[in-house]
Design a protein around this ligand. Structure first.
Ligand SMILES: [Ca+2]
Ligand SMILES: [Ca+2]
Length: 156
């Protein structure tokens, strides 16, 4: 067998192995009714980087559920997963101490419509901060964002 032929066989085998998990339907799925409540958003993506898809759910009340391949796709019913378990799905988290001053109110919601949660903070002195997913969750420290950047977060 020529070396070129060997290479071809190797490539073929590798691609077949790569297809296998998908062909077998590996990858987590969610049970019927899971993540169907009001404000809930379900996603299929690979949270933990093992190449097998996971399922996440987040809602507008800050609930976070994850069905992870590395956890044998066990169904999660608590809704209290940390954002760090799947940043791509659960979006931005503020640093410790952010939005903790007197009169401040923090919200988790999707401001920019990309389906990933952002964080807003407003205070009784008219300060407005926002941490946006589309801005790679960069932390905002100046408190001078316009209300238009997140009408839902900054109210009317
Ligand atoms: Ca995974
Ligand atoms: Ca967002």
């Amino acid at each position: 067998m020529s070396s070129r032929m060997m290479l071809f066989v190797c490539v073929l085998l590798t691609s077949m192995l790569g297809q296998l998990p998908h062909a077998q339907g590996a990858g987590c799925s969610s049970p019927a009714g899971w993540c169907s409540h009001a404000g809930a958003v379900k996603r299929n993506l690979d949270c933990d980087g093992d190449g097998v898809s996971d399922v996440t759910c987040s809602d507008s009340n800050g609930g976070r559920w994850a069905i992870l391949s590395k956890n044998k796709c066990a169904v999660d019913g608590t809704g209290k997963k940390p954002t760090s378990i799947c940043p791509a799905a659960f979006g931005c988290s503020p640093p410790v101490g952010w939005c903790s001053h007197a009169g401040s109110v923090q919200r988790n919601l999707d401001c920019d419509g990309d389906g990933v949660l952002d964080v807003t903070c407003s205070d009784s002195n008219g300060g407005r901060w926002v941490i946006l997913s589309k801005n790679k969750c960069a932390v905002d420290g100046n408190g001078k964002k316009p209300t238009s950047i997140c009408p839902k977060g900054f109210g009317k």
